[in-house]
Design a protein around this ligand. Sequence first.
Ligand code: BG6
Length: 477
Amino acid sequence: MERRRVPHDFLWGGAVAAHQLEGGYDKGKKGISIADVMTAGANGRDRDITKGILPNHYYPNHEAIDFYTRYKEDIRLFAEMGFRCFRTSIAWTRIFPHGDEEKPNEEGLQFYDDLFDELLKYHIEPVITLSHFEMPFYLVEKYGGWRNRKLIDFFVRFAEAVMVRYKDKVKYWMTFNEVNNQASVQNPWTGWTNSGILYQPGEDVQTVLQQAVHYQMTASAMAVRLGRGINPEFQFGCMLAMIPFYPRTCSPQDELAAQIAMGHRLYYYGDLHVFGEYPAYMEAFRREHGISLDITELDKKYLKEGCVDYIGISYYMSGTVSSVETEDSTRVADGIYLARNPYVEKNDWGWQIDPQGLRYSLNLLHQRYHKPIFIVENGLGAYDKLEDGTVHDSYRIDYLRKHILEMKKAMFLDGVPVMGYTPWGCIDLVSAGSGEMEKRYGFIYVDKDNQGNGTLERRKKDSFAWYKKVIESDGEI
Ligand code: BG6
């Protein structure tokens, strides 16, 4: 399997998001995004979300790695590795600084024109996420984020502006990054990053969550419908955080608990994107819990007409579900606990490392959806050490190697159509979860620490040459 080669048009590349690497948070008439009001946390300590930008606080996304001015240098390095595609997002606040303007900001549009031209110069295909945890902060303040139906129009206006402008430069689009991430309502910041929502004491979290999801799904479908009219060649994907849940034991109760968790945290979102309709168990859940949502007949029509072409996924880890409380478990709902899996290792942030889980995930998704799958995030966050001017990151090579091997097994042994693979944070960037710089994923080291000190100089790690060879050989590892 190590020697098997994937088709030559396979989309090898790397992935990032605008707010995690661009910096230039106030350049080019850009507005403040929800990422701009998140302070730095630490390993095991959440980031704070402040009411606007406050003095004496450190906001790591403001400068990030200054890709905004250094992108040419970085793209040259991506080209040297042989990237065939580069996944990034368009910062909504560069195009519509407040989010509710009628007309887009020309300076923001021009920035992405230049960026895409630079990529295309090296035959690197841009793969674009429209909303990656960076909606305008103003939309939160004035409209309550995705609690509000008006957000649909604002998002669609943004999507239309960029799809029209880049119709000859971008073919692959995704609407909402890890749209299902917000299902983990135990992490208060997932409601914020996905939807600009902080749950208020006493409100019914499920009602708020499901309403926001409905508006996002409708907006996604409307953007897809519109995009097909702009350029019929466009390919649209959803983007799901793929964390397969294994039952902790083979007891029927644990099996059922894992099935319910998968239903609520993954298939609910996938079914809306791929089939354009709600799965029956979600309708039942709403009936049983007396949840009533604002869903119109027109929304339903749009949902059906705006189904996606491919499934984008992030895959970092698997999870384990128990129906009863165990040592180390965390309750997520009645009779559903996230438990520890003794069969897999963890990284320094406690994320389970499970390469076989990737093959398992690809099969699950393909068996349900029968669509091509694009692995748009995968990677190892690690503490790197600079030695002799480089980083000897054999642990990262080992992680990626094992995951690529399992991806190839899914392709060759199981017949899963995988379109491409873009490891996360191909250049070191700001962690979304903790705001750290020192949780590093890149093939390229960036000289900057958790406090914001450093020269921002770029250096190739050992994994740089390794990944270059993988691409050159169409996936020999
Ligand atoms: C995904 C996100 O959740 O995981 C990225 O799409 C994020 O934005 C990545 O950076 C890794 O998470 P973290 O917390 O290590 O940055």
